[in-house]
Design a protein. Structure first.
Length: 643
């Protein structure tokens, strides 16, 4: 369940290659567009990795250069807006709604690998990211609009062919209000001259990062604010400036003194023809980073904009009528809105927003997190039944010693009856997590709000946050009914007691595991297959051409050499009708974590098979222990082994 993904991660487990991690990332999901675009006109878009030029039906325009990271190709968002013509609507500068036609709407968000195509979830190979104020999205997002893509590795050329929408998208800007000659942020305490000719194109949820650009994209300006209570020397400040670089070469570094204070400056040259000047100044327990970029032939051309950069000061004069306040912090809070949900919530400026990997709206700070999710109500379901299912599922996977009794309270949320359930749990018996979850049902939908934080964190005013969730969080139920169709709750169809047989024809074995366990990809013929439950991990490994002699000793050494684990027992057993070596490892007394690793080694057909389970003490319930034991007993060798 979404709030109980407790993973035993005290140390990376070693397998046959001695590098087997506890959790293995799933394979990249394939893409498919839902719905057919109404527009019939076709467009051909061409880009190149590292190139700042895009052509749309042969017409060139400047763009942020595409790049590859972690095996994923990223393209600028403008490919979808200027190129394909999708209309862009921003919500909280995290969520992006791209409307292609009356029948096709795509929603993506920074920090989330989940996209929504007409309300249907689709997986992305990576989350969209902001690079110097430009939004970059995975290339495969174009396929969600019905486009076909091609990439030629030798030339690094990207070709996108697809239906063009009727209208182009827009972007946010700042108004040069009458009499306003300066801009700034009253909360983060900075100001500077109005950047004439530049439009605001991005602002983070709290406003700690804001960027501007001109129409032709020949100029770029951004202000970033970081917490910095401890004094930073010149080297530390320069290191921080360098962390903002992207494929740039440093060509000049110096310290200058202005009326606003002493600051470090750094000039860089990028591969796209831009020169950048970075300025860093520490004040107000913060570190301010001013970044100015210009397409130029030489770095000396940056000097023409010195007056604008020199006007920056770490102060804000609220009495100055010529100063436009761009702050998102009003009366000590930031108001986050989500139009599709009709959602509004006010939180302190230390919080930020985004989406988690399950597509749930997320708000978070250093100490706590809030998630909000909407799913469809199944026929016949009730609020009481929903709450009791969730509590029962938690009871099955958290041992009594590691949790306190549920506290369930009837409350009113958004004007309707709701239930708030408090759960307190721990993984090590020392640090306790407080989890408050609000359940509500209205019309055809279920509403799930969750607050999660560590007990005893003095920085967090939990009572205030709970009050905001219960009494100040607003959801427009009518808007939800209009926006959303059928949004199934995956947990409604999960039967924790249902099992499924998984077979490896190549490696000649099968194993029965709970259906709701996940595993690393659909290919059971891999040398190592991993399944994950709540607080437990099961893997089946296969190594061809290996004999048992000396193998258990090698495994013991690989686990115990780091000092975290020790061998509790080693016995000769029988598993799957074959002689097996069983090993049980437990943490050393000096280890702060608990848990147990149980593994079986079987030699068959000149190969070694290993079946291994690991479980944290906090999740060693009767239910979980039985699932592991049943999985071990279910392992068998198939006839016709093709090893």
């Amino acid at each position: 369940m979404s709030n109980m993904r407790i993973i035993f991660n005290s140390k990376t487990f070693l397998s046959f290659l001695l590098v087997m991690a506890l959790a293995i990332a799933s394979a990249t999901a394939a893409f498919a567009a839902t719905g057919t675009a109404a527009a019939t006109a076709q467009v051909v878009i061409k880009l190149k990795l590292g190139s700042g030029q895009m052509t749309v039906d042969g017409v060139a325009s400047a763009v942020q250069p595409p790049f590859q990271k972690g095996g994923v190709t990223f393209i600028p968002l403008s490919v979808l807006t200027k190129g394909i013509g999708a209309q862009l609507q921003l919500a909280g500068n995290k969520k992006m709604t791209l409307t292609h036609s009356a029948s096709l709407k795509v929603v993506i968000a920074t920090g989330s690998k989940t996209a929504y195509v007409n309300g249907v979830q689709k997986s992305l190979p990576a989350a969209p990211v902001a690079v110097k104020g430009f939004m970059m999205v995975p290339l495969r997002v174009a396929e969600l609009f019905g486009a076909k893509i091609a990439f030629t590795a030798s030339t690094k050329e990207i070709v996108i062919k697809g239906p063009k929408a009727a209208a182009a998208g827009g972007k946010a800007g700042i108004d040069a209000d009458a009499g306003k000659s300066k801009i700034g942020d009253s909360y983060f305490q900075w100001s500077m001259n109005y950047p004439t000719g530049l439009a605001q194109n991005y602002q983070s949820g709290t406003g700690d990062f804001i960027s501007f650009q001109d129409v032709k994209k020949d100029y770029y300006l951004s202000v970033s604010v970081e917490d910095a209570e401890e004094p930073l020397d010149a080297k530390a400040q320069l290191d921080e400036l360098k962390s903002y670089m992207e494929d740039e070469t440093v060509i000049n570094v110096k310290e200058v003194t202005l009326p606003s204070g002493k600051l470090q400056t750094m000039v860089t040259k990028a591969s796209d023809g831009f020169y950048y000047e970075y300025r860093g100044i520490q004040a107000n327990d913060r570190f301010y980073i001013l970044m100015f970029g210009k397409k130029a032939k030489a770095a000396s051309e940056l000097a023409a904009n010195a007056a604008l950069l020199n006007s920056f000061a770490p102060q804000f004069d609220a009495k100055n009528g010529a100063l436009k306040d761009l702050s998102k912090v009003k009366d000590g809070v930031v108001t986050y809105t989500e139009e599709d949900y009709g959602l509004a919530i006010q939180l302190p400026p230390e919080w930020d927003n985004g989406y988690d990997d399950d597509g749930e709206i997320s708000y978070y700070n250093d100490d706590a997190s809030i998630t909000f999710d909407i799913t469809s109500l199944k026929s016949g379901d009730t609020l009481d039944a929903w709450v009791e299912r969730q509590k029962a599922a938690i009871d099955e996977v958290i041992a009594d010693k590691y949790k306190e009794p549920f506290v369930t309270t009837d409350i009113v949320w958004n004007g309707i009856p709701a239930k708030m359930v408090k759960l307190s749990f721990t993984q090590d018996g020392k640090s306790w997590i407080e989890d408050y979850r609000i359940f509500a049902i209205k019309g055809a939908y279920k509403y799930d709000t969750d607050l999660n934080f560590e007990r005893g964190e003095s920085e967090l005013n939990a009572a205030d946050i709970l009050d905001k969730l219960q009494n100040n969080m607003k959801v427009d139920f009518a808007r939800v009914e209009k926006t959303f169709g059928q949004v199934p709750d995956p947990e409604d169809d999960i039967d924790q007691h249902k099992t499924v047989v998984k077979t490896s024809k190549k490696n000649g074995y099968s194993i029965t595991v709970p259906e709701d366990w996940t595993y690393n990809g659909m290919n059971m013929d891999q040398e190592v297959v991993t399944f994950n439950g709540v607080g437990l991990n099961l893997l089946v490994g296969f190594e061809k051409g290996t004999a048992m002699q000396g193998y258990p000793e090698m495994m013991e050494k690989s686990y115990t050499s780091g000092g975290l684990w020790k061998l509790e027992s080693r016995t000769n057993e029988t598993l799957a009708g074959e002689a097996a070596v069983k090993m049980v490892l437990v943490p050393n007394l000096t280890s702060s974590g608990g848990g147990r690793i149980t593994l079986y080694l079987i030699e068959k057909n000149d190969s070694i098979y290993m079946i291994q389970a690991a479980m944290s003490d906090s999740n060693a319930t009767e239910f979980n222990l039985k699932q592991i034991d049943d999985a071990f007993k279910s392992f068998k060798f198939n006839s016709g082994i093709r090893v």
